[in-house]
Design a protein around this ligand. Sequence first.
Ligand SMILES: [Zn+2]
Ligand SMILES: [Zn+2]
Ligand SMILES: [Zn+2]
Length: 216
Amino acid sequence: MILESKETTLAFRCPLCGQAILSGVNLFRITGDILRLRCPDCDTALTLNKTNDGKYRLSVPCMFCPKPHSYVLGEKNLFNEELFTLPCGLSGMDVLYIGKEDRVREALEESDRLLDSMLDEEEKEQLTALHRKGEDREGYDPGVEQVMRFLLCELEDEKKISCFCDGKEEIPLYDFQVLSERVRVFCHCCNAETYLPLRSEADAEDIVKIDKLELK
Ligand SMILES: [Zn+2]
Ligand SMILES: [Zn+2]
Ligand SMILES: [Zn+2]
């Protein structure tokens, strides 16, 4: 079910905080509307929309350039390749990653290492300070991630998640982060969010029973 509804993974690096922003994207939901993949901490976003001739137009923020880069891609690049990346013409660094989730994650890790070797100590500190801003997720149970994925897919299919995108020409893009004692469920597009407690087994069982989510 998860594989069916999350067709491909899209990722970019937020130019403001440096973190990789990644999300599964459902092919069938990209129609005339704009899909926005936003950094949860900054306001930068990758946007994607389908053109009249069936291609996909993307605008991707770049760490090295003041303006986002624009690309027009065919369906094949977006959905049929294991990994497809596009570089910034100025720096040569990849700014857009599309493909299978594990391949995209690998490519991002590689670019982490590359960036690491390019930045000086002070720049690195600035980036890691921002990275650490969120709560860490030490000691979390990886099973929770599977449960959350399944739950979100199910609720989404049944249209039981609401956010600020409702009624607008925007495509919501739901995702979650497992934090130390709670799970943050949010929409990449409008940044609406909600937190679910996750302190005990009982909390985890309650999460499975959720039949509606209101993000705000
Ligand atoms: Zn950011
Ligand atoms: Zn660039
Ligand atoms: Zn939304």
